[in-house]
Structure formats: C-alpha cells, structure tokens
Design a protein around this ligand. Structure first.
Ligand code: NAD
Length: 286
C-alpha cells in the first residue's frame, strides 16, 4: 500500500503485472485466422492457457503449432462451427470439464459464404443468413455458453471483434478502381465490403453493450474491439485510396491490435465494460 495522502490507494500490481494472464484460460474463436494467430501468441506470451477454436481445423492446427513453437509450450486447438448451437454447447462443456475455468472469450470470426462479394442488388438471402450466422449469431451462442461458467466464478472478460464498418459505412469510392479477378479473397467479384458485413459488425457492438449491462453484476466484462483495415496484398488502387483516408497514413499490420487486445482482457482494463475500443489509425476520427 502506498503511504501518503490516500490518492494513490494501491501501488501493486506494478505496471507490467496488470497485463499478466498467468493461469487464465483464454478461448479464441476464429483462432485459425490471420488475426487469430496474433491474438493467440499475445495472450500466450502474457501467460494465458490459450485454446484456438475454428471451423477450419487445418488453419487452426497450423496456428496452434506455430504459437507453440514460438512460446515453447503446447497450445490446444479444437474444431468448432460457431453457427451450430449443439456444437457450441458441447465445446464449452468439454473445455470446462478439462480446464475447470473459462476466463477469457474472444470472438474473432469472419464468415464469407458463397456469393459474399456480390452487389447488394443481387445478394441472396442464403448468403446474408450465412454471414449473419457466423459473424453475429455465433457470437451470441459463444457468449451465452461462456457466461454459464463465468457467472458462478463471478469473473470473465469477453471481447467481440467488430470492424470500422460496424461503426461507419464504407466509403464505396474506395473500390471504384478495383477490378473483378484481382480480388485476393475471391476471384469472381471485385473487392468491396458487403452490407451484411456492416450489419453484422454493428450488431456485435449492440450485443456487447447489452451483455455488458446485463452481466456486469457478475463481474463479467464485455467489450468490442474495432480494428481498421489490414494490408493483406490488396490491389494498389484500393490501398492508395485507403491510405489517403487514414490519418496515420498507412493500413494496419496484423500485429497492430495486440496491445489493445491484451489491455481489454487483462486487469489493466478491469473497470471497462460495454466499450468499443477503436484501433483504426484514425479512420473514424475525421
Ligand atoms: N482483416 C482486416 O482487415 C479486419 C479489419 C477489421 C476487422 N476485422 C475482423 O477481425 C476478425 C479477424 O479477421 P481476420 O482478417 O483474421 O480473418 P480471417 O478470415 O483470417 O479469420 C477468420 C477466421 O474465422 C473462421 N470462421 C469463419 N466462420 C466460422 C465459424 N462459423 N465458426 C468458427 N470459425 C469460423 C475462419 O475459418 C477463419 O479462420 C474478424 O472478426 C474480422 O471481421 C478484420
């Protein structure tokens, strides 16, 4: 305890210890992805027992292997299609049986069903429903199941990964020089951000606030992380337009969100809930 005027009540834990996650069990849904490996590595370095979960078992195993080699201890991975209610329930039950605790849940999924890049006029209900199910409904299912174990423990940190396009609409002029066939994610259509992405990512921010206010009394914190666009080899015409609109003058790198994530799941943010932390190089600031 600090001596003195009482303004500084507690000087422990020291700064770096606020970010420690020793012994905490951290589940990353979408852990097979490009951001997933960054998040897994970051939390493992902070001492967490990381479990990567994804519907793509191959990518998930590869990420788990790479993190494990980097940190020198095993990293668990499990299969999950977060759209499947029964599978979600079984996974959380099984993880709790194995680990006896679930401290951290990160929902970091991006789903792109067939037809994902089609124009709004041609968008099918099937594609819309598929993206909502993966991006939003799956988040609800995972939060519901995690809370079953976090409530009795009276502790938990949940982060839902949103996007700048859940906060503001895309500037469609970004894509005006993009050419069909040059889309690095899909060869059929030119690069764009479909309406379902914005709707599902905005939905995650609403879900964050709702759950934060409902579960605050159990000391479960629920926050959203809003990353800006990462440079991933997109066409030069797109990159140039994107950078032009970004105050920090560059697209994000994959590791730009690690510090924010660690802050959000650690005791460093213990009084923060219902918040949307925007890490976008200033994209939404103008
Ligand atoms: N990459 C960016 O520029 C960017 C920008 C803003 C926000 N985001 C958000 O960050 C998060 C991670 O993005 P990323 O670029 O790493 O994407 P990614 O495609 O590399 O990873 C997403 C992962 O989600 C998994 N997934 C999809 N549907 C699933 C389901 N139903 N059940 C379980 N797993 C499922 C995929 O298999 C994939 O491994 C996403 O929520 C995305 O919306 C990304």
């Amino acid at each position: 305890m600090a001596q003195g005027n009482g303004i500084i009540e507690v000087i422990e834990p020291k700064a770096e210890r606020m970010f420690e996650l020793n012994d905490r069990t951290a589940l990353i849904v979408g852990g097979g992805g490009k951001m997933g490996i960054q998040f897994g590595h970051t939390l493992a370095l902070a001492g967490a027992n990381v479990i990567l979960v994804d519907k793509d078992s191959e990518r998930c195993s590869k990420n788990a292997r790479e993190i494990s080699q980097a940190i020198g201890k095993p990293v668990e991975r499990r299969h999950l299609d977060s759209r499947d209610d029964a599978e979600v329930q079984e996974l959380f039950q099984s993880l709790y049986s194995t680990h006896g605790r679930i401290d951290i849940l990160i929902y970091n999924v991006m789903t792109k069903p067939d037809g994902y890049y089609k124009s709004t006029d041609d968008y099918t209900l099937e594609t819309w429903d598929g993206a909502i199910a993966g991006n939003l409904t799956g988040a609800f299912l995972c939060c519901r199941e995690a809370a079953k174990f976090m409530k009795p423990a009276r502790s938990g940190a949940i982060v839902l990964t949103s996007s700048i396009y859940g906060v503001v609409a895309p500037d469609h002029r970004l894509y005006s020089d993009c050419v069909a066939g040059s889309n690095i994610y899909d060869t059929g259509e030119s690069l764009n951000c479909p309406a379902v992405y914005s709707a599902s990512k905005a939905g995650l921010i609403g879900l964050t606030r709702y759950l934060a206010t409902q579960w605050g009394r159990y000391d479960i914190r629920v926050n959203a992380l809003t990353p800006g666009g990462v440079y991933d080899g997109q066409e030069e015409a797109f990159r140039r337009e994107y950078v032009e609109r970004t105050p920090l003058g560059r697209m994000a790198t994959w590791s730009d969100f690690n510090g924010a994530l660690l802050f959000m799941v650690s005791d460093a943010s213990r009084y923060m809930t219902g918040h949307n932390l925007i890490v976008d190089g200033g994209w939404t600031a103008w």
